[in-house]
Structure formats: structure tokens, C-alpha cells
Design a protein around this ligand. Structure first.
Ligand SMILES: Cc1cc2nc3c(=O)[nH]c(=O)nc-3n(C[C@H](O)[C@H](O)[C@H](O)COP(=O)(O)OP(=O)(O)OC[C@H]3O[C@@H](n4cnc5c(N)ncnc54)[C@H](O)[C@@H]3O)c2cc1C
Length: 558
């Protein structure tokens, strides 16, 4: 039997049974007797999409629909399926989505970002295990006129991944699909975490070329936000994306790269998820390598004096600055053939560095001056020169400690020394004031090479990233707005561009001045997603200038 015939027959059966069980499609699409939309029903405790409509008399139909699912699922021919998807009765669609719908079991928000700084309660959260199921989610959203926001592991320290409508969690789309060691690329699904990717690449003697402070994120998450590591000759990680398989808002799947649909590609590799759902990424890799890292501390003045020389002294250079202690911890890493010899010990890093420091930070919520002592203490803990050799990703990654408020801006390299000096002067003034800011430490300083990605903060310029943090010891909140406000004023004066994954307040007018291709980016979104399926609140606010509060997903929205 041809697929089309089979689908038609089953569709007919499915329609009949929906009438048998008294509730037709209209009831499911907003005309339900208790006036709840299916999405609301899905998020109610103990409820699920379609569940309340499934009576025992429906079991015969259910079998038919199950068959329908099997037939559709077995076929991976997307063009044929796209045509069929639009014909699926709405009730059948709900049932198809039921197994991948995560149900809310309490009145608490069902999504919080890693930093526990933004929370949301989407109408429904879907966890697809196949690309076909992603198509179904988009089909439902299209019919209901809902936004779909893809989310990886929610590590963005802003509301970038939040939505009040449909959330599509990608973490079960996590397979390595292709390895080409000779041409040095792999293809992996967008939801694979970097930890998993490192492990699987290692089996093939390969590794990612540059990694940031952690490897918890998903591959698509780092690509869409231009996540960066450090190294003045290394681009942000999006520069290692060679091609993308996207599922667009109209249900079509497309491949894009620098040669095929280049505008869509360049827009998507720092596209904040607004161009489409990234199904898989073709990623440039290199033979597995170890890094030898040397760490040493020096005064801020010496750091400034030797700045250029230090930044260029190794492949991957980064600094952690402790303003209250006037000290900079420097890290220089180069590829090495030496045997593994990791530096540090559990006792030092975990007991003193993590647990004791967290206790101090907790007390510092009440006694502000303690923050200065914590800075001296942590500076002392890491004061000696260390040398360590380990797998590249183990050296790149650091302990990011506790849930936190954090922000980071990219300043043109040529302006970075002046910017750092200005931050220092400001914090010195604050330290003289008994009620002044006592920042948590360290300030993280990293670098990346110029690129041509429209929304990359490194677009067209060598970049110095300056990141600040206020930890939330044991999850308790700490003041941060005054510190972040003062910092943002200074970095903005030095033509800084905010990290897209981190909270900021820039509107389209300001962003347009910072990004010469900003309007080209908008044009691509308008072309591939004219109805705004992928425009969550963050995109509406920052890209389209809609009046959506930046605190909409805060515990205290005011
Ligand atoms: C502790 C910590 C350390 C960090 N270190 C660094 C660092 O060193 N350098 C740096 O630059 N950043 C860093 N970040 C930021 C982090 O890399 C980014 O926020 C990254 O996007 C998180 O990935 P994720 O999988 O959690 O994505 P999410 O936060 O879940 O989503 C981020 C964006 O990606 C989009 N997205 C996710 N999957 C898809 C998909 N399949 N298709 C389309 N869009 C998708 C989402 O829609 C959203 O717009 C850090 C964050 C934390 C919390």
C-alpha cells in the first residue's frame, strides 16, 4: 500500500472516532467545555495533552491512531511528511505529542535557568526524541499560532531561553551522526552536550578546537549565542560551525552553509534560535590534544604594563582579576605532547575553594565588608605558580561555582586596556565609600579573534571579553543591580557589545549602531519566519523593540 493511501485511510478512521467519543476537533482547539486550551490542559497537574479526551470507547480508534503514528514515524522522508502533517487531525496531533510532553506537577515555574535568575511556565514543554517529533511540535504551534522556543540545558544567564508559550527541549536529540577524521569535521545533533561530544570525539581521536568555561551546554546552544573560549587568534565557537540542518517555521528542512543559503547560515550561527530549529551542526574539529597550562599571579599594574605581550604569549590566554586585592591571576595554555599531569587537589579546590568560600559569601550578604576579605582569601588560595597538563577540554573548563547573576560584554581589543583601567578607578572609588559596591570576584578577562558573523560580538574586531559575577550562596539572592549598572555604563562607553546569552538592556536602535548587519539579520528572520514562531519575549524585546519588560521572567518582576 502506498504511504499516501494508508495515511488517508487511517486519517479517515481517526476522524470517525473523534466523533464517536463526542469531542471533535473544535472542542480541542479552544472550544472545550471547560474553556481550557489543550496547552493549558497539558500543564495542569496530572493532565496531559489529549488525555482527558481519551475515553475507553476510543480504544479502537487509539489503535488506528497508533498505527498512524507508526507509519508516520517509520518514514523519515520529510517532504512527504510535511505534506501529510498538515492533514493530521488536531486530536491526533495531540496524541502524537503526548508521549513527549513534560507535565507540570506543581504550581511552580517549570523552567529555571542554571543561575536560578529567570523562571517561566510555558504552556507546554516538549522533549522530542526524533526530528519527526520536532516537526509535529512545529505543526501544532503553527495551527495554534503559538511561539516555540528551543531550549538546550538552560545555561543562558538571561531570559533568552524563556517563553510563556511552547518550549522545545532538545536534550534528547543528542547523537553524533557523522565523523570525518580526514576532513576534520563531525556532524552532531543540536541537543548533544559538549561533555558528551568531547567523550565521543575522543573515541575518534578528535576534539573541539576551543571551549569556554564549562561543557554542560548543548552544541546548538553555544552556536546560536556565539559562545566563546579564549585565545586572541581563535574565533568564537560559532566560527567552527561549517553547516547547519534547520527546521524552519514553515516545516521545511534546509541545509545551509557558507556556500548554500549563506545569509541564512550567517544569521543562524549567532541567531539566538530565531531563524529556525537547529537539528544538527557540522562542526570543524581537530586531532585530540592536551594543553599545558601555566598559571601565575601578578599585580594589576604589571598586568597592564605587559598586557599585549601576555595576551599573545600563548594560544589560549585568560585572566581572572581580583580588584579588591589588586591582583590578576594569569593563565597561559598551549598544545603539548607532555603526559597528563593535572594541577591542584580536591582539598584545596573543593573544600577551601568551594565550600568554605560559599559559607563566607553567605555571611557577606549581611556584612558587606567580608567580600573584600573573600577576595584576599581566594587570591591567597591560588597565589602560587602552577603548571598542569591535561586534555584540552579539561583545561579549558573551570569551576563556575554557584548559581549567579552574571554579565559579560565584548570590548574592542584596542580599547580594552582603557576600559579595564576605568573599571579599576571606579571600583577603587566604591571601596572608599563605606556603602560602596563590594563586588564578588573574579572579573574574567578573555579574548577572541575577529569574525564575519552578523550578530557575533566579535564581528569585525579583535575582542576582549570582560565578565563580572555576583554569586548566590546556597541559592540566596544578593544585590547586583548597582554593580552591573555601573559596569555596563563603562563598557558601553568603550563600544562594548553585550554577550547575547547574558542579560542586557540594549534595544534595536543601540544594537543597530553596534552591528552593521543588524537589519540583514532581521530581514532573514522576516523571510524564514514571517509569523514569528521563533520570537520569544527576549527576541521581541531586543531584536524587534517590542515593549516586553526585561524582568518579565524574574521572581520579582518590578
Ligand atoms: C556556568 C556558565 C558558564 C558559561 N561559560 C561561558 C563561556 O565560557 N563562554 C561563553 O561565551 N558563554 C558562557 N556561558 C553562556 C552559555 O554558553 C550560553 O548561554 C549557551 O547558550 C548555553 O547553552 P544551552 O544549551 O544551555 O542553551 P540555552 O540557554 O538553553 O539556550 C540558549 C539559546 O540557544 C537557543 N537554542 C538552543 N538549542 C537550539 C536549537 N536546537 N535550535 C535553535 N536554537 C537553539 C535557544 O533558543 C536560546 O536562544 C556560560 C553560562 C553558564 C551558566
Amino acid at each position: 500500500m502506498r504511504l499516501g493511501t494508508c495515511v488517508r485511510r487511517l486519517r479517515h478512521q481517526a476522524f470517525r472516532t473523534s466523533m464517536d467519543i463526542e469531542i471533535g476537533e473544535g472542542a480541542l482547539s479552544g472550544e472545550c467545555r471547560d474553556s481550557a486550551t489543550p496547552a493549558q490542559a497539558a500543564t495542569r497537574p496530572g493532565r496531559s495533552i489529549g488525555q482527558r479526551h481519551l475515553s475507553t470507547s476510543a480504544s479502537a480508534t487509539y489503535k488506528a491512531q497508533k498505527k498512524f503514528v507508526e507509519i508516520l514515524s517509520e518514514s523519515a522522508m520529510s517532504t512527504q511528511l510535511t505534506a501529510s502533517l498538515t492533514d493530521i487531525p488536531l486530536q491526533t496531533l495531540y496524541r502524537l505529542l503526548q508521549p513527549i510532553t513534560v507535565h507540570s506537577t506543581s504550581s511552580h515555574p517549570i523552567f529555571s535557568n542554571w543561575g536560578k535568575t529567570y523562571h517561566c511556565t510555558p504552556l507546554a514543554v516538549f522533549e522530542p526524541e526524533s526530528e519527526f517529533q520536532c516537526e509535529l511540535v512545529l505543526e501544532l504551534a503553527r495551527r495554534e499560532g503559538k511561539v516555540v522556543k528551543a531550549v538546550g540545558v538552560g545555561h543562558s544567564p538571561s531570559d533568552l531561553a524563556c517563553t510563556n508559550e511552547y518550549m522545545l527541549r532538545t536534550t534528547k536529540l543528542n547523537r553524533l551522526l557523522e565523523v570525518n577524521a580526514e576532513k576534520r569535521y563531525v556532524v552532531a545533533q543540536g541537543g548533544i552536550t559538549l561533555h558528551d561530544l568531547h567523550a565521543q570525539l575522543a573515541q575518534h581521536g578528535l576534539a573541539m578546537m576551543n571551549v569556554g568555561s564549562i561543557s554542560d551546554q548543548t552544541l546548538a546552544g553555544i552556536v546560536t549565542t556565539a559562545t566563546h573560549g579564549s585565545g586572541i587568534t581563535y574565533g568564537v565557537m560559532s566560527t567552527h560551525a561549517l553547516g547547519l540542518n534547520l527546521l524552519l517555521a514553515d516545516g521545511s528542512r534546509v541545509f545551509c552553509s557558507r556556500n548554500e543559503r549563506p545569509d541564512l547560515f550567517i544569521a543562524s550561527i549567532c541567531g539566538l534560535g530565531a531563524t529556525g530549529l537547529i537539528l544538527s551542526v557540522q562542526l570543524e574539529v581537530e586531532p585530540a590534544f592536551r594543553l599545558k597550562e601555566i598559571q601565575e599571579s601578578m599585580s594589576f599594574d604589571e598586568f597592564m604594563h605587559r598586557y599585549d605581550q601576555l595576551v599573545y604569549s600563548a594560544q589560549h590566554v585568560r585572566f581572572w582579576w581580583f580588584p579588591s586585592s589588586d591582583t590578576v591571576r594569569c593563565s597561559y595554555s598551549d598544545r603539548s605532547k607532555e603526559p597528563k599531569n593535572p594541577a591542584g587537589s580536591w582539598w584545596w579546590h573543593t573544600f577551601w575553594g568551594y565550600h568554605v568560600t560559599q559559607l563566607f559569601l553567605f555571611f557577606a550578604r549581611y556584612f558587606l565588608f567580608l567580600n573584600t576579605w573573600i577576595s584576599h582569601y581566594t587570591c591567597w588560595l591560588i597565589s602560587s605558580r602552577t603548571v598542569g597538563v591535561d586534555d584540552g577540554h579539561s583545561i579549558f573548563n573551570v569551576d563556575c561555582r554557584y548559581p549567579q547573576h552574571t554579565t559579560e560584554w565584548a570590548v574592542p581589543y584596542r580599547k580594552s586596556q582603557a576600559c579595564l583601567r576605568e573599571i579599576r578607578t571606579w571600583l577603587e572609588e566604591e571601596s572608599m565609600d563605606p556603602n560602596g559596591i563590594r563586588p564578588h570576584v573574579p572579573v574574567e578577562i578573555r579574548f577572541s579573534a575577529p569574525d564575519d558573523i552578523w550578530l557575533s560580538p566579535s564581528n569585525g574586531q579583535r575582542t576582549c571579553w570582560i565578565g563580572i559575577v555576583q554569586y548566590k550562596p546556597y541559592g540566596f539572592n544578593v544585590p547586583y543591580r548597582r554593580y552591573f549598572g555601573g559596569y555596563e555604563t563603562i563598557v558601553a562607553r568603550h563600544q562594548g557589545r553585550p554577550h547575547w546569552a547574558k542579560a542586557h538592556q540594549l534595544q534595536p536602535d543601540a544594537l543597530r549602531k553596534l552591528y552593521p548587519r543588524f537589519d540583514d539579520f532581521i530581514q532573514v528572520i522576516e523571510d524564514v519566519d514571517p509569523n514569528g514562531m521563533f520570537r520569544n519575549e527576549y527576541i521581541q524585546r531586543h531584536i524587534f523593540g517590542m515593549p516586553v519588560s526585561g524582568r518579565i521572567f524574574k521572581s520579582r518582576p518590578a
